[in-house]
Design a protein around this ligand. Structure first.
Ligand code: ADP
Length: 639
């Protein structure tokens, strides 16, 4: 006996129990446990699961038939042999409905007891075997479904975790073959140019066959699937020739679709007769085809993104302008070839390093940090010869992008032009002085008619205009060179006061009112007093010149943090909005400027250059017909 059967004897009569156990059952090798009440028996059933029960009618805690019913409910396959003290003329109907296999009454004969036990155990084995078979019958398909789902989820994971298209498609084909129990599997894709199908992945096909496989879409099963977008299932009874030398008995083909368009076919087949595929597997294969569609789409998107990135990459590397991209923490993300060349970085790796670790150029770093005067457009000199205009842009979700445009040639052109203007201006001065001298001599050398006197006056006025222009030009040329000498602490209040005093007579002449508001102790700025005076003279002069008689002019100045703000305003004609940025250019005069207002168009260019040389900023706020306010911001001199 491999495993000894467990018998549970549930009888209150001790003597009878002992007799049964010792003399009858144990000698036969049964493992016997006993219980003298119904409740104890119940506990044993739950904990031990006996193979058979001998149940007496003498239990103190209830009717034995009720108990038998309870035990049968607890363990339906438990065979029960009843022991009653008296023979019963008939078997109560109730007993038949329980798991009772035999009924013994005195006098008890050991062979009779053992017979009943053996038969009971036999019967219980039958039941159990039957139960196993039935369970398998029910759980078999379930298990298969579980396997299928596990396989699908495995393929799903591969699709999402893998960018390697070959791996994903091979996994799909392998899963298709394994799930359907087919012999071969293939994944065919449509070649858009030739319109033929080729084998992109396979299982159990010969290499040579795969390499040379080409299938037209017309008149082929796979082609039908592509055209109709519907799966095909072929049974083993009727073999089908798919292409020459490719004979199958059973087959499933499902379409692989991207955005509703069939791009390929996933197929499994059997070449041997008698091995049918299961139609039930069609939806499963369709699910696998969907996975391969996702993988194909991912691969396509990935390669498009990579292509775009390469394109952008080569644009960035090849353009002449320098590009520096960094995060807001100043860690570099990208530096293009032009920047590498300009700053002699060679092939040094820069990604992830901080701006100041890579670039040993104070002005560049200050420009990118927006610490220079005009935070959006500044010029820096690199090496001895090159000048770059640096433009900094804050791009959302990217970081800070600085572009460096080489303006060396513009600077050079500008210098040549300035040199030329300076030379010409110098050379013009002496003949003009001579003209003025001689014109004066005409009046002194004899009587002139009133008409001649008027002509002389006009000549003098024109020559004076030209002289003004020339001195403005020379002035600008000098100022543009920069502020290298004559830098001192310049208190601003006296400068403002002298300028106002100097223009007082013009104000009176034009009957304009002047409102002045600034403290006597405005802080000093560091710079050149003559040039700063020029700034105020020019702005105030313009306000007086362009505002009609009777107008109102204001001069305001105040300290704000570490800067001084100076504002010269008027209620004159204003400046057209699209011209406001141009009036600071050389020779530019606004289109609405009064014809009577003489000028060269150089004044504001000179003012702007001076202000910037003093590390300041200037701008205008103006409304047509309402007036203009010029604002100058200058940093206060450090102690
Ligand atoms: P100009 O010698 O012509 O005065 P500026 O460079 O000083 O040259 O000024 C350029 C132009 O800006 C002027 O021609 C004028 O059209 C305009 N402008 C300057 N100041 C004012 C102002 N206060 N009101 C209106 N327009 C002004």
């Amino acid at each position: 006996m491999a495993e000894r059967e467990r018998l549970l004897v549930v009888i209150a009569d001790r003597e009878l129990v002992n007799l049964l156990e010792r003399s009858v059952l144990a000698p036969q090798g049964y493992r016997v446990t006993t219980a003298s009440t119904g409740a104890a028996a119940e506990r044993q059933i739950k904990s031990r699961r006996p193979d058979l029960m001998l149940l007496g009618d003498d239990l103190p805690d209830g009717d034995y038939l009720d108990m038998a019913a309870r035990f049968a409910a607890l363990q339906p396959t438990l065979p029960i042999i009843l022991f009653t003290r008296q023979a019963s003329p008939s078997i109560p109907l109730k007993v038949l409905r329980l798991g009772v296999v035999d009924w013994l009454t005195p006098p008890l004969r050991p062979d009779q007891v053992l017979d009943a036990v053996r038969q009971g155990l036999e019967r219980s084995k039958h039941w159990e075997n039957w139960l196993k078979v039935e369970t398998r019958r029910y759980t078999g398909p379930l298990q298969q479904r579980v396997n299928e789902l596990e396989m699908l989820s495995k393929v799903g994971r591969t699709v999402t975790a893998q960018l390697d298209l070959d791996r994903v498609l091979t996994t799909v084909v392998e899963a298709a073959v394994e799930l359907t129990g087919a012999q071969e599997g293939s994944l065919l894709l449509l070649d858009e140019t030739s319109g033929e199908l080729y084998m992109r992945a396979d299982l159990n096909f010969k290499d040579e066959f795969v390499r040379t496989f080409r299938l037209p879409v017309r008149d082929t099963l796979a082609g039908d699937v592509i055209r109709t977008g519907k799966p095909i299932f072929i049974d083993a009874k009727d073999p089908q020739k798919i292409v020459t030398s490719y004979l199958v008995y059973s087959l499933i083909y499902v379409p692989i679709q991207i955005k509703g368009r069939s791009v390929g076919v996933l197929g499994v087949d059997n070449r041997e007769s008698g091995q049918s595929l299961d139609k039930r597997h069609v939806p499963l294969l369709s699910a696998l085809a969907d996975f391969s569609a996702v993988a194909l789409q991912n691969a396509q998107l990935f390669s498009e993104t990579a292509q775009e990135r390469n394109k952008l990459g080569s644009i960035l590397t090849q353009i002449h302008d320098g590009v520096i991209v960094m995060g807001r923490d100043e860690r570099l993300l990208l530096v293009n070839e032009a920047v590498r060349k300009a700053f002699e970085l060679g092939n040094r790796s820069v990604a992830g390093k901080r701006l100041h670790e890579v670039f040993d150029h104070k002005d560049l770093i200050r420009a990118i940090r927006g610490e220079l005067t005009d935070p959006y457009r500044v010029e820096i000199q690199v090496g001895d010869a090159r000048v770059y205009s640096v433009q900094v842009t804050d791009i959302h979700e990217v970081g800070i992008v600085a572009t460096l445009h080489d303006v060396t040639y513009l600077k050079e052109l500008d210098r040549i032009k300035t040199d030329f203007v300076n030379t010409v201006s110098h050379d013009l001065r002496s003949p003009l002085t001579a003209i003025l001298g001689y014109v004066e001599l005409i009046e002194r050398s004899g009587e002139v008619s009133s008409m001649q006197a008027e002509f002389i006056r006009r000549i003098q006025m024109s020559v004076r205009n030209i002289t003004d222009l020339i001195s403005d030009l020379l002035n600008l040329g000098r100022i543009e060179v920069g502020l290298e000498e004559d830098v001192e602490r310049v208190p601003l209040s006296p400068i403002l006061q002298y300028a106002i005093d100097g223009l007082q007579s013009q104000l009176v002449e034009r009957q304009q009112t002047l409102r002045v508001d600034f403290a006597r102790n405005l802080p000093a700025v560091s710079g050149n007093p003559i040039q700063l005076r020029q700034v105020v003279d020019n702005l105030l002069g313009n306000a007086i010149k362009y505002t009609p008689s009777g107008g109102a002019i204001t001069v305001l100045a105040r300290k704000e943090q570490d800067q001084v703000i100076l504002q010269v305003g008027d209620n004159g004609p204003g400046i057209p909005p699209d011209e406001q940025s141009k009036i600071f250019d050389r020779f530019y005069r606004a289109s609405n400027a009064s014809k009577n207002a003489q000028g060269t168009g150089l004044g504001l260019a000179i003012v702007k250059t001076i202000v910037e040389n003093h590390r300041g900023r200037i701008w205008v706020d103006s409304k047509m017909g309402r007036g203009s306010v010029f604002t100058v911001v200058l940093p206060i001199a450090e102690d």
